[in-house]
Design a protein around this ligand. Sequence first.
Ligand code: SF4
Ligand code: SF4
Ligand code: FES
Length: 510
Amino acid sequence: MPTLVIDGRELPFEPGQTVIQVAHAHGIDVPHYCYHPGLSIAGNCRICLVEVEGWPRPQISCKLAAAPGLVVFTQSEKARQARAGTMEFLLVNHPLDCPICDQAGECHLQDYSYELGQGASRSATPKTKLPKNVPFGARIVYDAERCIKCTLCVRFCEEVTGTGELAMAGRSDHEIVVMTRQGEFTTRYSMNVVDLCPVGALTSRDFRFKSRLWFMDFAETVCTSCARGCNVTTGAREGALLRLEPRPNPDVNRWWMCDPGRLDYAFVNSPTRLKAPRVKGADGAWREVPWDDAIVAAARALAAHPGDVLLDANLTLEEMALAADLAARLGGRARYAAAVGDDADDFLIVNEKGANAEGARRLGLTREALPGEGGAGAAPASLLLVERDRNVPAALRAATGARVVFAADAAHVPPSAEVVFPLGTFAEREGVLLNHAGRPQWLRRNPGAGPLGLAPAVEVLEELLLEVDPAYRWRGAAALRAELAARPGLDGLAALAAPGTAARAAEVGA
Ligand code: SF4
Ligand code: SF4
Ligand code: FES
C-alpha cells in the first residue's frame, strides 16, 4: 500500500482516502465540523486545517487527497494557528449560550474553543441577530445563531434520505438553514440531523432541557423496536431512560437510526413499572415478597399447573433458552410471540418487530399467532414472560391463563397470575439478540435506567429451574452462551466479544 507521513508516522492508505480519513483510521485526532464519513465532502468549515511540508498555505485535510510521500503536520504551530484563526471567525457571531445550550458537554465548538480559542473576542461589532427557537417539523428545534453553516443537515436530507427538506438560504453572516416544504420535516429519519449537528443549532424536542450530559449514564446496546437491531447508545439518569442515539455499525445501520425507534421508549419509564416480586394471597390481594419466597411460590404454582411457556420475542437468547428448558421440565414447550408491522422501507425499518424473533426460531420455538392473524387461536401456558405490550398483546396474555408471570409493567399481568416477577426492559437487561439477518448483538444494561434492585431474569429463571427440578445444573449466563454457541445456527455467538473486554472495545470503536 502507498504511504504518507502524518506527525512523523509513516502510515499506509487506500487510494481515494483523504488525509483526515487516514489520520482518523490511525487514531490521530484532526478537528472537523463539516466532515462526516457518511456524507459528501463540503470543505466549508476549515477547522481541519493542517500543515503540509513544502506547501505555502495550510490545507483542509478533509478534502486533501492522500498521496505517496505527502508529509503532514496536524499539531505544528502553523496548523494550530490556522485552526485558532478559524475558531475566532466561527465565534465572532456565536452566542454565549453554553450555560443554556443542550449541546454543552458534547459540543465540538465548545471543545475546540477550549483547545484553540481565545478567552475574549476582539470584535467590537455587536453579534448578528438571527432566528431562534424555530420548529423544524414536530421533533426538531433550530437556532440559527448557533449554526456554523456546516451543511451536514442539508447534505443528510439530500444524500441519505433523498427528501431534501432542508436548504441553505441567505448570504454571509445572515446565511441560515431553512425548510423547503413549509414546516414539513416528515422523513422517518429526521432526528439524525440532531446527532449530526456539531453544535447546539439543532436540538431534539424530546430530549432538550431534560438533563445535562455529565449527570447521565450511557450504555452501548441495540434498539429493540424492530428486528434490524440498530446499534445505539442509551442515555439515562436516576431511573429514567432519556434518549437513544445511533452508534456506527457499517453492517447494520451505518451511522443512523429511525425516529420511531429513537422515540419508542416511554414504556421503560412507565409509572406502573413493577419493582419487586409479588404473590397473590388467598384473599386475592397482592403482597410484595422477597425474591426467594417468590421463587418457591412460583415453583409450587407451576407444579400444580404444569404446561407451556409463552415468551416475548424481545427476550435475549439466554432468557429464551432457560425458559424453554423450564417448559421442557414442566412437560410442555416454549412458544414465542412477536408483532409484525407493515411499515418496512428500503433503508432500515423492517416489518418484524420481535427484536430476537430470529433467535427464537433458531432455538426451535414456534410462533404464536397474534389476534387477527388467524390460526388456531391463543393456547394456554403456565408461564408468561412479557416485556412489551406490542409483542404480547392483552388478548394473548389473558388467553394463556398463566399462573407465573415475568412482566416489566403491572398493566401487563393477566388476571390468572398468582406469582409475578418484575422484568427489566431492553435498557436494563443484558444478553444476546439475533437480528433479522441472524447477526448476534449485545443488549447492554444502562445502570441509570429502570427501577433499582431488579434481579437479572436469567438468574431468576435458573433459580426457578433449580426449585422445579433439583437435578438442574446451574450454568450462569456465560456458560449458557458457550453451550448455545455449539448449536446449529448459533455458532456466531462464539465470535461475539463480551461486554467490557478489549475485543469488545475494538468491535465498537471505543
Ligand atoms: S444546523 Fe447544525 S448541522 Fe445544520 S448547518 Fe447549522 S451547524 Fe451544520
Ligand atoms: S430501524 Fe428498527 S432497529 Fe433501527 S432504529 Fe428503527 S426501529 Fe430501531
Ligand atoms: S472538516 Fe474540513 S473543512 Fe470542515
